[in-house]
Unconditional design. Structure first.
Length: 259
C-alpha cells in the first residue's frame, strides 16, 4: 500500500541579499518538495506575507474567473485557488533561498506583468543602458510594470524615459522610426528574482533588445539612483541576478551577430 510522503517543514533565516522591505525574516524550506503533490497547499507560518505594501488590509483569495485564467495558463493551483510559481520546487527546495507565501508586494495573484528594454549601442565594443535600482536591487535594465492597455514594448520605452530621461527615450523612438526592429530576448518569470517573489505571486517580464548607434545623455529618474552606459562585456558586479541572466542571453545574441 503506497503512502503519500509528508512535507518536511523547515524555516530558514532570510539571507541578507534576499531581504525585501515588509517581508518576513523567515522563509519556508521543504527539502523533500520533489516528492509532493504539485498542487500542494503550503501551510501558514512565520514565512507568510499577505498584504500588498501600498494597499494594506485583508487579502481576497483568487476569484473563480482568476482561477480559470491560471488554469488556462497551465499553472498549478492549490486548494485555496492560489497559483503556484512555476519554479516553486527550485526555490522552496533550496536551503539558501526558500520562499515566503501569500500575495506579498504584488497587486495580483500569479504573474504580474513587467517590461524591460535592453538598449545596446552598435559600437565595436557595445555598451548598454543600465539603471541602479533605488530598492537596493543593484543595477538592472530599465523597466517596470505594464499599465492597462499598454503593450510590453510600449511599457519598456516609457520606463526608459521615466528612469533614464527624455533624451534616451526620444533616441529609442527615433530608432524605431528609422526601421530598427526590437527583438524579444526573454519572456516569462524573471530568472533569479527571489527577493519579492512569493510562492503565489511573481513578476513575469518581456525583455526587448533595441540597438542604437551610440550612447546619449542619461539622467536617473525618480525611481532610480543612477543611470549609466557600462560595456556589455564589463557589467557591474552588483547587477540584479535576474537581469544578469538576461544579460547572458544578450551575450549569446551579440556573439551570434558577430558571426
Amino acid at each position: 500500500m503506497s503512502t503519500v510522503e509528508q512535507p518536511i517543514i523547515n524555516t530558514i533565516e532570510c539571507p541578507e541579499e534576499l531581504r525585501f522591505k515588509g517581508y518576513p525574516e523567515k522563509r519556508l524550506h521543504i527539502p523533500n518538495i520533489n516528492y509532493l503533490d504539485p498542487n500542494i497547499t503550503l501551510p501558514d507560518g512565520t514565512w507568510q506575507t499577505n498584504n500588498v505594501s501600498d494597499r494594506p488590509g485583508e487579502v481576497v483569495l483568487p476569484t473563480p474567473e482568476e482561477i480559470e485564467k491560471f488554469t488556462d495558463f497551465g499553472l498549478e493551483i492549490d486548494d485555496l485557488g492560489r497559483p503556484l510559481h512555476p519554479n516553486l520546487k527550485e526555490m522552496i527546495g533550496n536551503s539558501a533561498i526558500g520562499v515566503v507565501t501569500g500575495k506579498g508586494f504584488f497587486r495580483n495573484w500569479g504573474p504580474n506583468y513587467t517590461a524591460d528594454l535592453v538598449v545596446v549601442t552598435k559600437e565595436k565594443r557595445p555598451r548598454m543602458l543600465m539603471i541602479e535600482r533605488s530598492d537596493g536591487g543593484g543595477w538592472a535594465f530599465a523597466g517596470g510594470f505594464i499599465d492597462a492597455n499598454e503593450t510590453s514594448l510600449e511599457a519598456g520605452v516609457r520606463e526608459v524615459g521615466e528612469e533614464a530621461g527624455e533624451t534616451i527615450e526620444n533616441t529609442v523612438r527615433q530608432a524605431f522610426k528609422n526601421g530598427e526592429l526590437p527583438e524579444l530576448i526573454h519572456s516569462g518569470p524573471v530568472p533569479g528574482e527571489y527577493r519579492r517573489t512569493t510562492a503565489h505571486a511573481w513578476t513575469s517580464t518581456d525583455a526587448h533588445l533595441i540597438r542604437i548607434d551610440e550612447p546619449v545623455e542619461v539622467v536617473a529618474g525618480y525611481d532610480a539612483k543612477d543611470a549609466a552606459w557600462p560595456y556589455v562585456d564589463s557589467r557591474p558586479n552588483d547587477t540584479h541576478p535576474g537581469h544578469e541572466r538576461i544579460a547572458l542571453k544578450l551575450d549569446k545574441i551579440l556573439a551570434k551577430s558577430r558571426g
